[in-house]
Write a protein that binds this ligand. Structure first.
Ligand code: 4AD
Length: 456
């Protein structure tokens, strides 16, 4: 009888058998017989022996087919990605040899379940064919089986889980705001409009406004939902659909907000790095990664403008930066890369920010707003305090040319017990691009959506 195990199973009684490796244990030694299922990740045939690296998502296992088993038609024609069942004994690998978890399976029986093609149709030809980015994106369903792409997905899962854990440790309540909405949050130019039973509706740009309506009953709240932006530029950090981690905190100051964002980001990284399998993947993807030092650098927008002028980094019109300029992606990234540590860039002018951001009491030209910038990626988090006085909010709507009527429920938060509150949104794909050192956010989601791509 063989015990069914996953390839990630590492309980010592199943794996090492207490007898050392097969070569030194003597001819009569027997290990526990196990049965495994998986797909052929790699295979190598040599002198009547076939070495298979089997993959099942839980882990990898080296399997050795030898003797008559290695001579069978199925073994001789074995291809990558073929799915199979194998029975045999698990042994430690001989000293000096290397295999996942330092063990290998000596097969005595196998069955092919789903044979994958070889030749022109072999997976290696599909995903390496031209090697260009578009081919790889067309074949994303196959690319995901590779070690790099799948590691990013495993890290992504761990990061999302760590956010949930940390929020719950802090006593935050998770809510699930709607994706179909009739209001804008971050400006009309990136709204995806749609026909909603004859009415105009949009795909949400951010769940923020809805989170604000949840704090009066739940206290601090968060959500991890999709946000949608009709971004008409093709950059390495813009998607049309992305995962937005958003938090909203009640009865706080702007400093409380910055400290919370820093604590969230660092705690999530610590939780993720505490998992050996995930930490090993991050090490492989981003060998130089170190947990950022706290506190993050704080820099006011006006100081950033001075810094950009001093370092001769021009604005989008190739002129020296002036107060009021939107710091463009290229300039922002150059600055972040040169400073080379996380930066909280704060107090942006009201004119370049959203309608809901309150002004700084000491300098009413600017708002209590923050972007968190990371080396290599740039902006990962955007947040602010929220206007909580009715008349100020009306001015905000007017400045942005927004009709307040559809926002009555948002405005009501100011009418029925307003409070100093604030929040933020973190782009999960950008956070992962930074953590996993990926060139583009297109590689940190399962199936990227951006202008010109809506498949697979
Ligand atoms: O700065 P943004 O637009 O802020 C908001 O949406 C706020 N309403 C969030 C809030 O306060 N609850 O977006 C927040 C973050 C950005 O820092 C970025 O990481 C990510 O969302 N983001 C995108 N990620 C991928 N593709 C896009 N097109 C993105 N747009 C924003």
């Amino acid at each position: 009888a063989a015990k069914k195990i996953t390839l990630g199973e590492t309980r010592p009684e199943i794996v090492t058998l207490g007898k050392g490796d097969r070569a030194t244990a003597g001819p009569d030694a027997r290990g526990t017989r196990v049965m495994v299922f998986g797909r052929v990740h790699r295979e190598r045939k040599q002198k009547g022996v076939a070495f298979i690296t089997l993959r099942d998502g839980f882990g990898f296992m080296q399997v050795v087919l030898s003797g008559p088993l290695a001579q069978t038609y199925d073994a001789v024609t074995l291809t990558r990605e073929t799915s199979m069942m194998i029975k045999g004994e698990l042994w430690e690998v001989p000293t000096g040899a290397h295999a996942p978890n330092n063990r290998e399976m000596h097969a005595d029986y196998f069955e092919i379940l789903g044979k994958a093609p070889g030749g022109d149709d072999a997976i290696t030809n599909k995903v390496q064919a031209k090697g260009d980015a578009q081919t790889l994106l067309d074949q994303r369903h196959l690319v995901l089986r590779g070690e790099t792409a799948s590691s990013v997905m495993f890290v992504r899962d761990a990061v999302e889980h760590a956010f949930n854990c940390k929020y719950h440790e802090l006593g935050y309540v998770k809510v699930s705001p709607p994706a179909l909405v009739q209001t804008q949050v971050e400006g009309g130019s990136t709204l995806f409009g749609l026909d909603y039973y004859g009415e105009k509706a949009y795909l949400t740009q951010s769940s923020q406004l809805y989170l604000e309506t949840a704090i009066p009953f739940a206290g601090n709240v968060y959500c991890i939902e999709k946000s949608f932006r009709a971004e008409k530029s093709l950059t390495r950090r813009h998607l049309s659909e992305y995962t937005h981690v958003e938090g909203e905190l009640d009865f706080i100051t702007f400093d409380d907000l910055l400290e919370h964002i820093e604590d969230m980001m660092c705690s999530v990284i610590e939780k993720v790095m505490a998992q050996p399998r995930i930490a090993a993947m991050i090490k492989e993807l981003n060998p130089e990664f170190t947990v950022p030092e706290r506190p993050f650098m704080r820099m006011r927008y006006t100081d950033a403008i001075d810094w950009l002028r001093e370092h001769n980094i021009p604005n989008e019109n190739d002129q020296p930066h002036e107060f009021g300029d939107d710091i463009a992606e290229a300039a922002e990234r150059r600055m972040t890369d040169m400073i080379n540590r996380p930066i909280f860039l704060t107090h942006f002018p009201a004119e370049i920010k959203s309608f809901y951001m309150p002004r700084d009491v000491d300098d009413p030209r600017v708002t209590e707003s923050v972007d968190c910038l990371m080396p290599g990626v740039g902006e990962i988090v955007g947040g602010s305090m929220r206007i909580w006085k009715n008349d100020e909010l009306m001015k905000g709507y007017a400045r942005e040319g927004i009709d307040p009527a559809p926002y009555y429920w948002y405005t009501d938060q100011r009418k029925y017990g307003g409070s100093p509150h604030g929040g933020y949104g973190l782009g999960l794909e950008r956070f992962l691009a930074w953590l996993c050192k990926q060139h583009t956010v297109r590689d940190t989601c399962l199936y990227p959506r951006y202008m010109g791509r809506c498949r697979p």
